[in-house]
Design a protein around this ligand. Structure first.
Ligand SMILES: O=C(CO)[C@H](O)[C@H](O)COP(=O)(O)O
Ligand SMILES: [Fe+2]
Length: 224
């Protein structure tokens, strides 16, 4: 079952509650936290996550593009995030961090920048609930999807399956009606979409259309 997570990075930050409710059929709301150190952009932090939690019933999928996630990530679970993603390149002790996030009741997820391979993290997979493969350089919405990430998505899906794990595989960056099928065929099952959802006239309808495309593509891939 394909999951679609609209990214509020492409929403109107002055009307976040309304924008969150505009995609209530979505599986998760993707919240991009940027600190202007790990990435060259600054967005939102803990107080906004706490407020969003009260403003919508859609679970929050927090993508932390920050330095020192070892210090900050567990607080996002406490603030009400149902899933907390930290970057492999920034975490000092990823196993301990994943365990802390899970101990606080959230799903723990590891993100990889485009140039970071999955293979060094193979032994960590049982400690995780999701892997996020970035399909753009993190930092900004609205960038073009990097096709060269498709082999990494495929290899990650193979590793997950080889270990018999129930991990979700998320793709983030440039996911749209034009690119989501390639991601689903490669083995992704959770799709972040910012501009493709909030740039659409009807964001809720865009979520449904993306989900249909992903599910059809996944069905085609498994019947091969
Ligand atoms: O993590 C991100 C950027 O670093 C965003 O989640 C992502 O870029 C979503 O926006 P779009 O779908 O427009 O690419
Ligand atoms: Fe993101």
């Amino acid at each position: 079952m394909a999951q679609i997570n609209p990214s509020i990075l492409s929403a109107d930050f002055a009307r976040l509650a309304e924008e969150a409710r505009a995609v209530e059929g979505a599986d998760w709301l993707h919240v991009d936290v940027m600190d202007n150190h790990f990435v060259p952009n600054l967005t939102i932090g803990l107080p906004v996550v706490e407020s969003l939690r009260k403003a919508t019933d859609t679970p929050l999928d927090c993508h932390l593009m920050i330095e020192d996630p070892d210090r900050w990530a567990p607080a996002y679970a406490e603030a009400g995030a149902g899933s907390v993603t930290f970057h492999a390149e920034a975490a000092a002790a990823p196993v301990r961090l994943a365990r802390e996030i899970r101990a606080k009741g959230a799903r723990a997820s590891l993100a990889l920048r485009p140039a970071t391979p999955i293979e060094p993290y193979e032994d960590l997979l049982p400690e995780l609930d999701m892997v996020l493969i970035m399909t753009v350089e993190p930092g900004f919405g609205g960038q073009a999807f990097l096709d060269i990430m498709l082999p990494k998505i495929r290899r990650t899906r193979q590793l997950i399956d080889r270990h018999g794990l129930a991990l979700w595989l998320q793709v983030d960056g440039g996911v749209s009606a034009a690119t989501i099928e390639r991601c689903a065929e490669a083995g992704a099952d959770v799709f972040v979409a910012g501009s493709a959802v909030y740039g659409a006239e009807d964001p809720a309808a865009a979520v449904g259309a993306l989900r249909d495309r992903a599910e059809r593509a996944a069905a085609r891939a498994t019947s091969r």
